[in-house]
Design a protein. Structure first.
Lengths: 291, 169
């Protein structure tokens, strides 16, 4: 009797897991460019960012408590030693100056917030992106506070407004902003003086200048360094006339019919702490009703 | 095995939160050390492909949730890195300083080239790394510097991993 060879297909657990995870990741990446019925990114962001927000608050509380304890012990030492009083006084002066600066910053934010026709939601920044290749900012306001996708985000620094970016992802208590310096971000813009319209896009890093394109060469003589570039409000995504940046460099390329203009962002992202999320939809709805 | 998997997922989640809630706010850092990549490298070099591919996938998932990058990119990247580096399980003694540094260097460079490779298939949504950019070189240096510390930290949890599963891998 001839012995039959039994061919059996065997796959190791490691290979099986690899194939499953690989296919899942590849498919999800493919869906990232299109909309899908169940938004895994949204779901995951919602869960993770809530944790993130919690951790941020937890650290803030610990940080403030530790600082408070330190301050009490320092004051006690200063009370005992006369010479230390001077140091304490200087420290208090410094902290007063800090509070004054914070007050001024918040006051200017409040003033601007009140002056705006649109409803706006003040928010604090929780975290920045952990992937160097991508730029995003997470804030501590989400759908429960009225934040919606595509809402423009601005900041007030030294009393002047500047565009920060727009909301791309909304969780319950947190939201994600794609900033103007991100490679994916493009904003319809105008040069404030000449009213020429162009497109501002980012270079991927807040330390790199923004790029203004599609400005015709014949307006070169009318342009000056330091000219302000503002949002045009053309597509309705952003508020009109919010400063985006100032012209820092103009490059004329022979083969191109338009100028390459570099801009220094109006917002100093290194110092960004609070932002305003603008709800344009209510004002737009009112205008439509009036019309 | 399951217990260790949960512990390692907890560690990865902790690292992801640490990166996003604390390190990302330190603005003077030119780049953030990729602690999750270092962890995946450690898990796969120590315990093999099965652990490597699982931790690689979940670490990518956490980063995709926290980051603004397209969903699935880091899952794909880190699954492949975890699987491939799992082949070198027990080939090297990863204690000490030099070898973790070399592994971190190789892992970070592989991540960069793998991302460039993936960007050919998804050109519209995946950004390409620039190998000589300050950002990438800073990340590379940071990963190399942090590797021995992270490896030492993770070795504390080795005893949870069952001896029987280690011999199978």
């Amino acid at each position: 009797m001839s012995e039959k060879k039994i061919h059996s297909f065997h796959i190791d657990v490691s290979e099986f897991l690899f194939i499953v995870f690989f296919l899942f990741s590849g498919i999800m990446l493919a869906f990232s460019s299109k909309s899908f019925v169940l938004n895994f990114k949204q779901l995951g962001f919602d869960i993770c960012s809530t944790f993130e927000n919690g951790i941020h608050h937890f650290i803030s509380v610990i940080d403030s408590n530790v600082n408070a304890v330190k301050e009490i012990s320092r004051l006690r030492e200063d009370y005992v030693a006369l010479t230390e009083k001077l140091k304490d006084y200087e420290y208090m002066q410094r902290s007063n100056a800090e509070i004054r600066r914070e007050n001024e910053r918040l006051k200017s934010l409040l003033d601007y917030s009140v002056s705006l026709e649109q409803k706006n939601i003040p928010a604090r920044i929780v975290s920045l992106d952990i992937e160097g290749m991508y730029s995003s900012i997470t804030i501590d306001r989400g759908s429960v506070h009225g934040v919606k996708k595509n809402m423009p985000v601005i900041a007030i620094q030294k009393g002047n407004p500047g565009i920060v970016g727009k909301i791309v992802l909304v969780g319950h208590y947190t939201s994600q902003i794609v900033p103007v310096y991100d490679l994916k971000c493009s904003i319809s813009a105008r040069i404030q003086n000449t009213r020429d319209i162009g497109l501002v896009s980012g270079n991927g890093s807040f330390s790199s200048p923004l790029r203004l394109r599609y400005i015709r060469k014949r307006v070169l003589d009318n342009l000056h360094f330091g000219d302000v570039v503002v949002t045009s409000g053309e597509n309705g995504n952003y508020l009109k006339d919010i400063p985006i940046g100032r012209i820092s460099k103009i490059t004329v390329v022979d083969y191109d019919s338009s100028l390459n203009i570099d801009l220094i962002p109006a917002v100093d992202f290194m110092r960004l702490e609070e932002v305003l999320v603008i709800n344009q939809s209510e004002k737009n709805d009112r205008e439509i009703e009036n019309d | 095995m399951i217990k260790y998997l949960f512990v390692s997922l907890g560690i990865l989640m902790g690292f992801a939160l640490f990166e996003s809630a604390i390190l990302s706010n330190i603005l003077f850092l030119p780049a953030i050390p990729d602690l999750l990549l270092l962890s995946v490298l450690y898990f796969s070099f120590t315990f093999g492909r099965k652990t490597g591919v699982t931790t690689g996938f979940f670490s990518g998932l956490f980063i995709d949730f926290f980051s603004g990058c397209p969903f699935g990119l880091n899952c794909l990247l880190r699954t492949v890195i975890g699987y491939v580096s799992g082949f070198f399980n027990k080939t090297f003694n990863i204690r000490g300083i030099i070898l973790p540094c070399i592994i971190a260097f190789t892992g970070t460079v592989s991540k960069c080239f793998l991302q460039i490779f993936i960007s050919f298939f998804y050109p519209n949504i995946v950004n390409k790394y620039s190998v000589f950019s300050v950002m990438f070189l800073s990340e590379l240096v940071m990963n190399v510097v942090f590797a021995p510390i992270v490896f030492k930290f993770l070795s504390v949890f080795d005893s949870i991993y069952p001896e029987m599963d280690r011999s199978v891998l």
